[in-house]
Design a protein around this ligand. Sequence first.
Ligand SMILES: Cc1cc2nc3c(=O)[nH]c(=O)nc-3n(C[C@H](O)[C@H](O)[C@H](O)COP(=O)(O)OP(=O)(O)OC[C@H]3O[C@@H](n4cnc5c(N)ncnc54)[C@H](O)[C@@H]3O)c2cc1C
Length: 302
Amino acid sequence: MLFDEIHSALPHIKLIERQPLSSLCTLHVGGEAEIFAAPDSIADMEEIFGFVMERNCPVYILGGGSNVLFPDGLIEGVVISTQNLNSIEWRTNLTADVDAGFKLPMLMKELRERNLAGMEFAAGIPGTLGGALMGNAGAGGHGVCELLDYVVAIEADGQTRTFNHSDIEYSYRRCSLAEGKRVIVSARLTFRQATPKDKDVLESFLLRRGSQPHGLHNAGCTFKNPEGYSAGKLLDESGCKGLTVGDAIVSDVHANFILNRGHATGDDVVKLIGICAQRVYDRTGIKLEPEIKIFAPCPLVQ
Ligand SMILES: Cc1cc2nc3c(=O)[nH]c(=O)nc-3n(C[C@H](O)[C@H](O)[C@H](O)COP(=O)(O)OP(=O)(O)OC[C@H]3O[C@@H](n4cnc5c(N)ncnc54)[C@H](O)[C@@H]3O)c2cc1C
């Protein structure tokens, strides 16, 4: 059995069997991880990730869970969380080494306290630095990868590798680091001294958040904006607002948000995503690409 195998090889790493994932994801849906681990150190992360990759076990990396959708039922394999890799070390006045599990809102707080700027666009984005780097999270044409000096990641062979800024390609909601199986463990980021104008920019990003749905569990934008279009507008014009499957509903405030009214399942959300994508395709011929990382089969357009 996988649990016994990992436990006897790596007894110092705490493993949990059948960990419910819904409470670890902002959408609050999904089943149970067969095995769940949240290593306390980069060395432990290296060991367990290398071990499961070598055995070809299914492995899922979980940051803050604000951009993922897990299926219902038992999720075979190992879910590895970065929640315990969460420190920050300032190297200079402007440069910090930040662990992958460090929360973006905490990073924003650090910057405010130190009067630093450069990440105003990330105001109000939940989740961790690792998850943000994987999807180049951001807003208003900016993304977190812009701030990178380098990233430290554990590769599929268990070896740690450093990627300099120039090694990484990134664009809107895309980062080349996401194209292989690896765990980001930390990154060095450089900021700049804030000016009064930065405060206004931050306020304007926060103001935009006001137009997004509040109060119900969600995972942010469901789809990426296709080049030249707004996914929210396409979904709205295709009559998606208010569509439901079970307790999953397309927000009537912003059509690119799917909300969990209380008891939605992973399957409900997957079906609703498929219905929305099909509606937009039937009306416009545009195939929307999910922004949420869906760890389940999800036929989008027939
Ligand atoms: C209310 C709300 C508003 C949002 N607004 C925005 C927004 O304005 N802009 C935006 O870009 N996003 C937004 N998001 C989406 C989300 O917050 C970001 O994408 C966030 O950066 C994801 O980080 P996470 O730690 O939660 O990642 P998770 O959801 O845990 O994971 C996302 C993906 O990254 C992978 N991953 C996570 N950590 C690591 C790691 N250390 N190493 C390797 N892979 C990893 C996971 O396997 C998964 O594929 C929003 C979400 C919510 C709920």
